[in-house]
Design a binder for this molecule. Structure first.
Ligand SMILES: C[S@@+](CC[C@H](N)C(=O)[O-])C[C@H]1O[C@@H](n2cnc3c(N)ncnc32)[C@H](O)[C@@H]1O
Ligand code: SF4
Length: 368
């Protein structure tokens, strides 16, 4: 039996649907039965998940990481803390010191709610800050005010929470409105976050401001500026989109990047089970009913994913063997200062992380 000690749970509702967001969510209506329906979805999913695990020789062990993502898990509120507390107690245990993270939208929290979750083991908060600029918080269609962001930051700092911030780059009108990310970052860092997730805005063709997006060169400068700025303050750029003070890396997300088993529940939640012989299973929950779509990954797919995921992190990729074609690619990356290539490992730096997609193309061309 292989042990599973990580669980992602997707909470599928939001107070407002931000116009740039691609995550699966529905608009929350307090008068509806959405929360009760979600509880039923989780309960109905459980048996299906148990069968999937038994069929593939997986068994639960006490959880090392639990991650509530969304959507807006903070909107699940007190009802969620009560439900999940009991629900988990009947099925799973949290290992002492387990990392339990919840994503919190600054417009959907109360102290009472956070304390209720804390009583169930919550010990890490991921805040959807996005920007601290009054113009851009509106452009980004956020439903919360900057005062609400500051108030949550202050609460987390004053109560010694281990917290992370989401910060967006590459916003529309950034050049025209002279977005000053240095001021935003210095304001954010006054609250002493332990972790920062830095996302480059991914704009679909239907995005209302798609014509006003900054060009690649502008985004590259922003990304490298933030990376250098945070590294000078002691943050480690440990994954393409993530920085942490040493020891505060996301244990949950590291499991994904290392290709370890992570179970998932909730609509669109996606789980991954590595298997013997270097195969793997990936499964995704449907949204309309508690059923999964299972994808079987073969050796070739798992090994390509392994290259991509390890290159995403500062753990680096250790090629099994060095062919002349791969040697040539790596020499080229070295000449372009994309990372550290000593002792048989390929560890990208911030510039290399930024180029990752084109570096994967180099590997394909070299026969990987
Ligand atoms: C599920 S949301 C976080 C929790 C909560 N719903 C909120 O918005 O505060 C996860 C994060 O994904 C990021 N995100 C959403 N849509 C994105 C996009 N199109 N491009 C880049 N990042 C995006 C945002 O930074 C957001 O904070
Ligand atoms: S609140 Fe978060 S999950 Fe919901 S739409 Fe906005 S960015 Fe997406």
């Amino acid at each position: 039996m292989t042990q599973v000690s990580s669980l992602y749970l997707h909470v599928p509702f939001c107070k407002h649907l931000c116009n740039y967001c691609d995550f699966y969510k529905k608009l929350y209506d307090p008068a509806s039965n959405q929360i009760e329906d979600f509880h039923q979805f989780l309960t109905d999913s459980w048996q299906r998940h148990e069968t999937l695990m038994a069929d593939n020789a997986y068994a639960w062990s006490p959880l090392e990481t639990l991650y509530l993502g969304g959507g807006t898990p903070s909107l699940w509120g007190l009802k969620g803390a009560n439900f999940l507390g009991q629900w988990l107690e009947q099925r799973l245990t949290l290992r002492p010191g387990a990392e339990f993270t919840m994503e919190v939208d600054p417009g959907t929290w109360t102290e009472e709610m956070i304390l209720a979750w804390k009583a169930k083991g919550l010990n890490r908060i991921s805040i959807g800050t996005q920007t601290l600029d009054p113009n851009f918080i509106k452009i980004m269609d956020r439903s919360h005010s900057l005062d609400e962001s500051y108030s949550l930051l202050e609460y987390c700092q004053n109560n010694d929470w281990n917290f992370s911030l989401d910060f967006l780059l590459g916003l529309p009108f950034s050049r025209e409105k002279k977005r000053n990310i240095e001021i935003e970052l210095s304001n954010l860092l006054k609250y002493k976050p332990k972790h920062i997730s830095l996302y480059i805005l991914n704009a679909r063709s239907k995005y209302p401001h798609v014509q006003s997006m900054p060009d690649d060169e502008f985004i590259r400068e922003e990304y490298l500026f933030v990376s250098e700025y945070l590294q000078k303050l002691g943050f480690v750029h440990y994954e393409v989109s993530n920085f942490a003070l040493p020891g505060f890396e996301s244990k949950h997300n590291l499991k994904y990047w290392k290709g370890e088993a992570v179970a998932a529940l909730g609509p669109t939640g996606t789980g991954y089970f590595p298997q013997a012989q270097e195969n793997a299973l990936r499964y995704k929950w449907k949204v309309s009913k508690p059923e999964i779509e299972v994808e079987e990954l073969g050796i070739k797919e798992v090994s390509l994913e392994h290259i991509y995921l390890t290159l995403r992190t500062n753990l680096g990729w250790v090629p099994r063997q060095m062919s002349p074609a791969l040697e040539k690619v790596i020499q080229n990356w070295k000449a372009l200062h994309y990372g550290d290539f000593s002792e048989g490992a390929v560890k990208l730096n911030s510039l290399g992380f930024l180029m990752l997609d084109s570096l994967m193309d180099d590997l394909f061309r070299a026969g990987f």
